[in-house]
Design a protein. Structure first.
Lengths: 208, 208
């Protein structure tokens, strides 16, 4: 399977984990690593790691393992982390601010190109080196910001309108942190990140 | 399958979505709803919805659908959202503050019982009606806070120590927002929420 093909989401999520772990390993100056050592660092089983990587043509050398720098570059290409991807954040509340300041984004090649809010009290204030812009100007500004991904950190009732606006501005990929279900054209992709869902899963597994 | 059995995580995540959607429907005073209407509101296919619900013994009446209040209660019991679950937040930065203020938590029956940080500049400051406590006091305070779930919103290098401390304080369920992989005893469960992973998945699906 080549980098341009569409791998299943759980596989991509694991690849992103390997990418992150390999970054740490690279910083430590380790040249080769085997799947058991990667398992120790991320909790994904060595057999799953070998399966995922061989799926993308990567086979570790017996007794030596994978070449760290080369493997990380390859995974970066598959995930398209080998280029800068521009992101806009819609909603400059606490969560929007937290994401704008999240160090992991830079590490993965994501650049926050703009942050928008519809609250006049917030517009014009600084957030992580950017100035919060008026959400009403999104339509005009998004094309020049050239962002491919929009992150919605708005309240549920505002989410559909925010999604419509970013799509009108040319964005096709949305990461939705709002609790609302948003409807988008077929050409768009939405990933929902639901905090309450994560809590609910843990709650089910609680002892009492 | 009864409420006490352990359903697979993706099923639980969908149940949490139904629970949320049914809450909105209930607020609108709708008594019965069919799977197609639920699909319209959450994007999960009607056939998947019927399959999930029948798995837990819920079958809609032909031409009528599911009884909204009863179905929501049943799902709440399965997810253990029919009781208050106490949560502590470790890390009072932007993300910790955002989660402490997240309205969805209350709606799902989660109560933030405490918030901790190891930064003296932050200790003692108010966050969502709580006062940030010294992380060093966690061990002593956690048992009396009686929290079952800990949320880690600390930087990666601080995550393992924070996890060790909450486990020492009796917590067995951890929602890990840090980018680090944390190791826990078998009796504990960790859910990782990785923002960079979510971005990486979207990046792979971007057009160029």
């Amino acid at each position: 399977m080549q980098g341009n093909s569409k791998a299943p989401v759980p596989t991509l999520a694991r690849l992103a984990t390997y990418f992150s772990v390999l970054g740490d390993i690279e910083k430590q100056g380790i040249a080769f690593i085997n799947s058991s050592k990667i398992e120790d660092r991320c909790g994904i089983s060595a057999s799953q790691i070998r399966k995922d990587l061989s799926h993308f043509g990567e086979v570790g050398k017996p007794g030596v393992g994978y070449e760290v720098v080369r493997l990380r570059k390859h995974i970066g290409r598959i995930l398209k982390l080998d280029r800068t991807q521009r992101v806009v954040i819609i909603g400059a509340g606490r969560l929007g601010q937290a994401l704008a300041a999240y160090p992991g984004l830079t590490e993965y090649g994501f650049e926050v190109a703009g942050i928008f809010d519809n609250d006049p009290a917030v517009m014009g204030t600084p957030v992580s080196g950017l100035v919060v812009r008026d959400a009403a100007s999104m339509h005009a500004l998004l094309p020049e910001l050239n962002a491919k991904i929009a992150v919605l950190t708005v309240p549920g009732p505002a989410a559909q309108q925010a999604a419509d606006m970013v799509i009108e501005g040319g964005v096709r990929r949305i990461l939705n942190f709002s609790p609302a279900h948003i409807k988008v054209p077929r050409s768009c992709m939405v990933r929902d990140v639901s905090f309450t869902q994560e809590f609910a899963v843990l709650a089910h597994y609680s002892e009492d």
